[in-house]
Design a binder for this molecule. Structure first.
Ligand code: KG4
Ligand code: ZN
Length: 344
C-alpha cells in the first residue's frame, strides 16, 4: 500500500445518474483510478430502461467501488471525503449511488459532497493530468450530452453563466434519434461518428433551425432526416444500406455546424480566448477536429477532455468535490436525489 500524507484529500466519488456505474478515487485534483461499468443490457431496447438501469447499478456498485480502491491502491480507511451525483438523472439510478455514499459516510464518519452532474461535466477540465490542459478562468464551455446542450461562461469553479441552451432536444439526443432512424444500435452517437469517417459530409443537407440568439433547436433535424429517408426508401428499399456512411457524415456535419456557429458567435462578440467542450458528444472525433481548426483560425485556445472524461464518469464528480471541500460545502445526510436538478 502507498503511504499517504494526511493533509491530502482522498476522495471517493460515485456517479450513477444514468446507465454507467462509476467510482473514482482522487488525491486532491489528481485521479488515481476511474472505473466504470457500462450497462449493455439497454442496447437491445434502443434506449435506457430505467428499471433495468437501477437493478444493474445495485448489482455493480460494490464491485466497481472495490475495483476503484484497488486500482488506486488506497485503502478504504484512508478515504476522507465522499462525493456523489445528486442529479439530474434517473431517480432509481441516483438512489443507488446516493444511498451507497450515505452508508459509507456513516460507516467511515467522513463528510459527503453532493454534486450536480452537468456542472461535473464542465469541471472535468480542472482534473490535473498530463493528458489534458486546464483552461484558465474565464473560459467558455460547450456542454453536449444526451440530455443537455449548453453554452456556459465559466468564471470560477463556483460561478457559471448560462449563455445559451437547447429549447428542445439535446444534441446527443439528436445523434441517438438520427441513428435510430438509420437502424443503428443505441447509443447512436458513437456509431454515427464511426461510420461518418468514411462518408461525404456534403452529400445531403438536413434542415436545422438556427435561432437568432445563442439557443439551439435540434428537434427539427430528425424529422428532416426521417422524411428524407421515407421518400428515398419508397424509390429504393436499400437506400440506407447503400448510403449509410454518407448519411451519417452529412447528418453529423449539420449537427456540428450548428454547434460551431454558436461558439463562433460568442467568441466574436465576447472576446473569449479559451473554449472547452464537455459531455458525451465531446468524444465525437469530427467535433474535436472542427473545434481544433476553429481555434487555430480564430486564435482561440481549445480544450478537449480526455476520452474517459467525456462520457459519464465518477472522476468529474470527484474534482467537483475537491473544490466544494475547499469551501466546506458538505451535505446533510438527509439529502435526496433530484431527477431534475437545474444548474441555472
Ligand atoms: O454525457 P453522457 O455520457 O450522458 C449524459 O449525461 O447524457 O452523454 C451521452 C450522449 C449520448 O447521446 C451519446 O450518443 C453521445 O453522448 N455520444 C456521442 C459520442 N459518444 C457519446 N455522440 C457523438 N459522437 C460520439 N463519439
Ligand atoms: Zn452526462
Amino acid at each position: 500500500m502507498k503511504k499517504h500524507k494526511s493533509s491530502n484529500l482522498y476522495i471517493l466519488a460515485i456517479e450513477s445518474s444514468c446507465d454507467d456505474t462509476s467510482c473514482a478515487i482522487l488525491e486532491n485534483k489528481k485521479v488515481l483510478s476511474n472505473v466504470a461499468a457500462t450497462q449493455l443490457i439497454h442496447n437491445k431496447y434502443g434506449g435506457v430502461v430505467p428499471e433495468l438501469a437501477s437493478r444493474d447499478h445495485e448489482k455493480n456498485i460494490t464491485k466497481v467501488v472495490n475495483e476503484a480502491l484497488q486500482l488506486a491502491q488506497v485503502p478504504l480507511c484512508n478515504i476522507n471525503l465522499l462525493a456523489v451525483t445528486q442529479g439530474p438523472g434517473l431517480m432509481g439510478s441516483l438512489l443507488v449511488g446516493c444511498s451507497f455514499a450515505k452508508s459509507l459516510s456513516i460507516a467511515l464518519n467522513i463528510p459527503i459532497v453532493t454534486i450536480n452532474h452537468m456542472r461535473a461535466h464542465v469541471m472535468a477540465h480542472l482534473i490535473e493530468s498530463d493528458a489534458q490542459k486546464t483552461p484558465p478562468f474565464p473560459f467558455l464551455c460547450l456542454t453536449v450530452s444526451g440530455g443537455h446542450t449548453q453554452i456556459i461562461k465559466v468564471n470560477s469553479p463556483y460561478n457559471f453563466e448560462l449563455l445559451g441552451q437547447t429549447i428542445d432536444d439535446a444534441v446527443g439526443e439528436a445523434f441517438d434519434k438520427g441513428a435510430k432512424i438509420l437502424g443503428l444500435p443505441y447509443p447512436g452517437g458513437p456509431e454515427i461518428d464511426r461510420l461518418a469517417k468514411n462518408g461525404n459530409t456534403k452529400k445531403y443537407k438536413f434542415s436545422i433551425s438556427n435561432l437568432n440568439n445563442l439557443d439551439f433547436s435540434f428537434s427539427g433535424i430528425k424529422t428532416s432526416l426521417l422524411y428524407f429517408i421515407q421518400k428515398q426508401q419508397a424509390i429504393d428499399c436499400n437506400f440506407i444500406t447503400n448510403n449509410l456512411n454518407d448519411l451519417c457524415a452529412s447528418f453529423q456535419e449539420n449537427l456540428l455546424e450548428q454547434l460551431l456557429l454558436k461558439i463562433e458567435q460568442v467568441v466574436k462578440t465576447q472576446n473569449i480566448k479559451h473554449v472547452a467542450i464537455a459531455g458525451g458528444v465531446s468524444a465525437n472525433s469530427r467535433l474535436r477536429i472542427l473545434l481544433s481548426d476553429f481555434g487555430k483560425k480564430n486564435n482561440v485556445e481549445v480544450y478537449l477532455p480526455k476520452f474517459e472524461y467525456c462520457t459519464d464518469n465518477a472522476a468529474m464528480i470527484g474534482i467537483c468535490a475537491y473544490f466544494d471541500a475547499l469551501t466546506q460545502n458538505y451535505a446533510n445526510l438527509n439529502f435526496a436525489p433530484k431527477a431534475r436538478f437545474e444548474l441555472f
